[in-house]
Design a protein around this ligand. Sequence first.
Ligand code: C2E
Ligand code: MG
Ligand code: MG
Ligand code: MG
Length: 281
Amino acid sequence: YAKENGRNNCKFFEQDMNARAVQRQSIEASLRRALERQEFVLHYQPKINLQSGTIVGVEALIRWQHPERGLLAPAQFVSIAEDCGLILPIGRWVLREACLQGRAWQLAGLPPITVAVNTSALEFRAKDFLENVRATLADTCLEPRYLELELTESVLMRDAQSTDSMLHALADMGVKLAVDDFGTGYSSLSYLRQFPIDTLKIDQSFVTQISRNPDDATIVSAVIGMGKSLKKRVIAEGVETPEQYAFLLAQHCDEGQGDYFGRPVVAEAFATLLQTGVSLR
Ligand code: C2E
Ligand code: MG
Ligand code: MG
Ligand code: MG
């Protein structure tokens, strides 16, 4: 009976797997079309200097304006794009669009800020990545110091030797480098000495419970302290409340990003925000 049951479960599982595989395939096909039809858009979220309250940077976050399903978040398509390799052309588009936009804001007379772009492992490991970054900066006339690449620990730890030379080549070019979701991945702290990293982005999951969970508060304080001693900029992700802001300010965290300061918005809305500044209640 148990065996029979198990076999049934297995069958259901298989059907489920098939359904999912079919769904993935159809997403893959529509991702390809989306590139041609230019259905991707970038939303922009401010990064705030906690002391002064001014916007010092912006993170570009991809969205997919799907013709039938509406605006899709990265969680709904980025990992599929990574699996099928489409993240390479998508990533190129993101980089170019973000650099163009950063330059456009400067040309419009807005205060110069750093534009951050998320970089997947596949992109970072691609043979032409460095050359693509160089060419994109040259084409868009954005000074390298205004571009920041956000890399996760898993990207950094994959192959220390090649990571090291790639990071140094980017840093020599003048591009800024940040560790995204810091504290959630597998990593060795020794890489912080070795790699030319400018910024640590403390993951949202530690920030969320800052005011309620003493352990999270301790971890956040420790990361800020360590970052400072290593002369890195430290930014907290996912800041949502005045309490979290107050805590981070008291701990001398350099920057903050999150809904409390501003949600990701389209380029035009971000330009307005850049002009008026964020209002901290
Ligand atoms: P991430 O790089 O860690 O980006 C931060 C995510 O947290 C964003 O989600 C942002 O909208 C969200 N967030 C910011 N502030 C708050 C807050 O106060 N509360 C909450 N609950 N969430 C907040 P999003 O835009 O859905 O992006 C998710 C992830 O997708 C990103 O995480 C990044 O890993 C990836 N991603 C986004 N854009 C790109 C891209 O252009 N290329 C690649 N390869 N990955 C991307
Ligand atoms: Mg990021
Ligand atoms: Mg992050
Ligand atoms: Mg995150």
